[in-house]
Write a protein that binds this ligand. Structure first.
Ligand SMILES: *[C@@H]1O[C@H](CO)[C@@H](O)[C@H](O)[C@H]1NC(C)=O
Ligand SMILES: *[C@@H]1O[C@H](CO)[C@@H](O)[C@H](O)[C@H]1NC(C)=O
Ligand SMILES: *[C@@H]1O[C@H](CO)[C@@H](O)[C@H](O)[C@H]1NC(C)=O
Ligand SMILES: *[C@@H]1O[C@H](CO)[C@@H](O)[C@H](O)[C@H]1NC(C)=O
Ligand SMILES: *[C@@H]1O[C@H](CO)[C@@H](O)[C@H](O)[C@H]1NC(C)=O
Ligand SMILES: *[C@@H]1O[C@H](CO)[C@@H](O)[C@H](O)[C@H]1NC(C)=O
Ligand SMILES: *[C@@H]1O[C@H](CO)[C@@H](O)[C@H](O)[C@H]1NC(C)=O
Ligand SMILES: *[C@@H]1O[C@H](CO)[C@@H](O)[C@H](O)[C@H]1NC(C)=O
Length: 579
């Protein structure tokens, strides 16, 4: 008795030690979609529960600041279904009291989108100028006026447009000044003009040395500068940094992109805007300038002047002057995610950072503001763009990992104290609530659609697909023609390899391809260890058979959307799903 008890304890202790050791081991996910994007969100309880929780939070907050001082429209959409998965609209007291615009906020209400305009400007450029073809072209080649205005030779006091490229402009890497043209300090190019030009501390320049590029006036006609004045100001203005040094946000850059595109297309930028966005994408509620024919649908919680609804931005419109609706933005976001107009490769290239930011979890793209979140152990990159103009603060976010998008347009009460707080706070709630739910839904659908046992008993071949608490589907057993792939093949690399499969998006039309990567679980590195940690991308599916990577698996999908068989291309085997 005593002996037996002793053995049990020992066995238990040994088991516990193994578990402890295992829990200190780690594998590293690859930067990629871990599962195919989730579909049919309307029927997914986990997603709907997340939505209801967001809805309840919004309902609870409506009578207190900042929501009671903010008119807003929130929408979520999936690229894989039509319409909006969720929408919420709120008109505040200032909207109810307003004599301009609509009282009934809905998905067709028109908001100023502020600097989200920059994203549309780059999209238009990609569409009208053959994708990234011009991204390495120096600005000087497409805006020859800058040549005449620039001084000869090297001058650290003016930007070097023979070095600055279109890609630098689009990626906030041009080193150009943020804003220009007002002899004023402004908090966001145009929104809160505070004149310091006449303060005694500042030198009083002769009038001919002040770039004449529009002056915020008592009326709402904000910026009246001509393209000629603008270009002169840019050519002679001071750079912040040289090209490609570090990201610095610039409104100027996007006015220049539009001028460069006019050169390429031979049409005015506004005409190209109309042609690509309003006509090709049928975004009839998206406007380049103030929608004077549709002010009745405007979200205007104040007067035209106090909200800035009808302020024209002139040459700066491509940086912050556009107007749109929630419905148009769900069409737009779906078209981007779904590569409706760009090629899939162009879209994938666009969804990449051009630079890190100092914060490890942020990057900058063209002109995406990228935020990285850890969801269930892997990184999800949020490609966002925010905008502020007048009393309009907005946020747009695409998440290629799950093929979903979020649009938040707000118009805050100019007489209130909330400012853009709804826009600043709500994205945190949305991402923290919705991303874990989307991960769970995607994983659940991957289990239903792919997990299980696939075999061909005639050849003693089989493969088992499963999941555990780590990201991605896992190959947990694999025998081919009686050869145990884990023991007899992968075992040559290392014992106990962890084999995961990631959707590779190489296939379409009833087939879904996966790429494998295998790694040993290793002890967590000591603090300060950086070299070669989690560098699994270097060895992705490194073993090949007959020139095909060993782990390439292609599933054939049934009418019900579930895999019916899997082909190992390397091993020339088709295995049929059991049960
Ligand atoms: C939800 O389920 C119903 C009933 O099965 C189906 O008709 C509908 O198409 C599903 N909706 C989505 C968005 O998948
Ligand atoms: C959100 O709340 C509103 C107000 O109670 C309700 O009408 C709507 O159905 C809710 N939407 C969802 C998706 O729960
Ligand atoms: C908004 O709610 C706050 C309380 O949070 C209240 O003090 C303020 O008067 C309200 N504003 C409006 C416009 O109703
Ligand atoms: C987007 O693309 C996917 C995959 O090609 C397709 O299934 C889906 O129907 C498309 N969605 C829309 C709204 O066109
Ligand atoms: C608005 O201001 C501009 C520039 O100061 C001026 O030229 C224009 O006449 C003004 N328009 C109205 C309607 O007052
Ligand atoms: C575009 O710029 C080039 C100089 O690089 C110039 O020769 C050409 O006339 C310009 N085209 C248009 C349409 O402005
Ligand atoms: C663009 O479309 C708007 C709205 O229809 C129209 O007012 C404007 O004149 C058009 N501009 C150009 C240059 O085609
Ligand atoms: C199939 O292959 C496995 C792995 O080599 C082996 O263990 C098993 O005995 C084989 N089964 C038959 C029926 O040959």
């Amino acid at each position: 008795m005593h002996f037996q008890w002793f053995t049990c304890t020992l066995l238990f202790a040994a088991h516990a030690t193994a578990l402890n050791r295992r829990s200190t081991l780690q594998t590293c996910p690859l930067l990629a979609k871990q599962y195919p994007s989730p579909v049919g969100l309307a029927n997914e309880t986990l997603f709907q529960t997340a939505i209801e929780s967001i809805n309840a939070t919004l309902n609870r907050g409506l009578n207190v600041v900042p929501y009671n001082e903010t008119t807003f429209s929130l929408g979520m959409f999936s690229a894989l279904s039509e319409g909006l998965e969720y929408q919420y609209h709120h008109g505040d007291a200032a909207l109810t009291a307003s004599t301009s615009g609509t009282r009934d906020i809905n998905a067709d209400s028109i908001y100023r989108i502020g600097s989200i305009s920059k994203l549309l400007t780059v999209y238009i450029f990609l569409l009208a100028a053959d994708g990234e073809k011009y991204f390495n072209t120096p600005v000087l080649e497409l805006v020859p006026e800058l040549q005449q205005l620039a001084e000869d030779g090297w001058n650290p006091e003016t930007p070097d447009f023979s070095e600055i490229t279109i890609g630098d402009l689009a990626g906030q890497m041009a080193g150009l000044a943020r804003d220009f043209g007002l002899a004023d300090v402004t908090s966001d190019s145009v929104d809160v003009p505070v004149s310091i030009a006449n303060m005694p501390a500042f030198p009083q320049l002769p009038a001919d040395q002040i770039p004449d590029c529009g002056h915020p006036s008592a009326n709402s006609s904000w910026l009246t500068c001509s393209q000629e004045d603008y270009l002169q100001g840019v050519a002679t203005g001071s750079p912040i940094f040289p090209a490609a040094y570090t990201p610095v946000y610039s409104n100027e850059a996007f006015a220049l992109i539009a001028i460069a595109l006019s050169n390429i297309t031979g049409s005015s930028f506004e005409a190209v805007f109309n042609e690509t966005l309003r006509n090709t994408l049928s975004l009839a509620d998206t406007y380049y300038t103030v929608p004077s024919d549709a002010i009745g649908r405007g979200a205007i919680p104040g007067t035209l002047l106090s909200t800035g609804f009808d302020g024209e931005l002139g040459v700066f419109s491509p940086a912050g002057g556009y107007f749109s609706t929630l419905n148009d933005f769900s069409c737009l976001g779906r078209a981007i995610l779904n590569s409706t107009l760009l090629s899939k490769a162009q879209t994938r290239r666009w969804f990449k950072p051009t630079s890190f930011l100092e914060d490890y979890a942020q990057g900058v793209g063209r002109p995406w503001e990228i935020f990285r979140r850890k969801v269930s152990g892997y990184s999800v990159d949020l490609y966002t763009k925010a905008g502020d103009v007048g009393t309009y603060s907005s946020f747009f976010c695409l998440v290629p990992t799950y093929d979903i998008g979020i649009t938040l347009f707000t118009a805050w009460d100019p007489a209130g104290s909330s400012g853009g707080v709804v826009r600043d706070e709500l994205p945190n709630l949305l991402a923290n609530t919705i991303l874990p739910a989307l991960d769970q839904v995607a994983k659940g659908q991957a289990i239903v659609n792919f997990a299980g046992h696939y075999s061909n008993p005639q050849t003693n071949s089989s493969i088992t697909i499963s999941t555990d608490s780590n990201p991605a589907l896992k190959v947990s057993a694999w025998v081919s023609n009686g050869v145990d792939i884990f023991n007899d093949v992968l075992g040559l690399l290392a014992p106990d390899l962890d084999l995961r499969i990631l959707p590779n998006e190489l296939y379409q039309g009833g087939k879904v391809g996966f790429t494998s990567y295998y790694q040993s679980a290793v002890a967590k590195p000591a603090d300060g260890t950086w070299y070669l940690q989690c560098a699994g991308w270097i060895d992705v599916d490194e073993l090949t058979v007959g020139n095909v990577p060993l782990g390439q698996l292609v599933f054939s999908m049934g009418e019900d959307g579930k895999a019916s068989s899997v082909e190992s291309r390397a091993l020339r085997q088709v295995l049929v799903r059991q049960g």
